[in-house]
Ligand binder design. Sequence first.
Ligand code: COA
Length: 431
Amino acid sequence: MNNWKVKYLERIVTPKQAVMHIKSGDRVVIGHACGEPPSLIEALVSRAADLIAVEIVHMVAMGPAKYAQLGMEKSFRHNAFFIGASTRKAFEEKRADFTPCFFSEIPRLFKNKILQVDVVLIQITPPDEQGYCSFGISVDYTQAATECAKLVIAQVNSYMPRTGGAKIHLDEIDFIVEKDEPLIELNPPKIGEVEKAIGENVAKLVQDGATLQLGIGAIPDAVLLFLKEKKDLGIHSEMFSDGVVALAESGVITNRKKTLNPGKFIATFLMGTRKLYDFVDKNPSVELHPVDYVNDPYVIGQHEKMISINSALQVDLMGQVNAEMIGSRQFSAVGGQVDYVRGTSRSLNGKSIIALPSTAAGGKISRITSELDRGAAVTTSRYDVHYIVTEYGAANLRGKNLRQRAEALISIAHPDFRVSLINEAQEKGIL
Ligand code: COA
């Protein structure tokens, strides 16, 4: 038997035995998004009564995040790089913390020991003949945390697709839990009329041969609906989802014209349904790499015709984009938005697009405002911003002065709010 096979068998434990090695006060990093290891998290949470002040570091938690639920606060303190549905309440109730960080820079926090990693909980594929496992759908910061952790605990799950790019050898793993279970899935979002209109406006900006980055949610998916007539699109995106599979199967996405990594879908994590996971499984044209490569603005900028498509909650008349806060309430985080806005600005014939509905709260609130709400943070600055798109059109802000920006943004605001926006802009001396 190969040496690694012997070691593999020696390292197999139950989930309960694996998490017995976690101590009070440890910092535990959890593999990202749909790639999180459910069995290991469940086992850790069931040790709550024995543990005090274990810091749980995670970004987009797609599982129930029981460690952040009420009653867990003495045992676990969640430190989030992103606030999502399952962790928002804990943060609002001061039972969790939020650490602002560009997605591309998270690996550096671990590598430079700014956040020392004691334990990492990951989910990977079974080993290949040489003893290498694939990180599957989450490489992002998961690989860096694994390299830096004092203790590596892995759930080996045959449902995990084997993706190209980053991999891990069994020698680097301390404890292995074999547990086959379906991965967490993200169902395609509902796309309404407003999203469709935005999608159509964004699609008009996409040239044949462009390389795309798509954020999460209804707007990026709506854009994909209107790209069916385009030719030779490529993907270099922090993540992609089911919508990309349909365009790849119909021959619209070929990756042929990419000026970096031609022929390849490049991503750092994936979220979707089993359809996506089957598409990427052993697919030689799909590679997942660490986020400090995929989201590095320098790498992004090497693609000609790079188009980034992200969303926001609010944009002011100077072009400052708030994509993460509703007033002083932290709703999400920067994710990879600024990595792509900055990278795309270096791309020859590139366009960074922030696409958002013109209103919120059933039409009662304009998302284009004379100033950002009190307490809100600027996610993409007015110096970095390029295109803003709503269902009413596209405003190209690059090279425009403040008066021209205000005019362009008011022209794509909801008609019900245009007069009040003009009045406010005049009061502020912008117009
Ligand atoms: N004032 C008050 N409420 C607002 C608002 C505003 N200006 N803008 C939005 N809201 C409300 C909406 O009405 C909605 O409420 P509901 O859930 O009760 O209907 C809620 O906030 C969420 O808004 P929505 O536009 O539906 O959010 P989304 O799910 O489409 O996500 C972002 C939009 C901006 C939060 C999300 O794209 C994000 O987090 N972006 C930053 C990270 C990023 O860009 N990553 C890129 C790579 S993945």
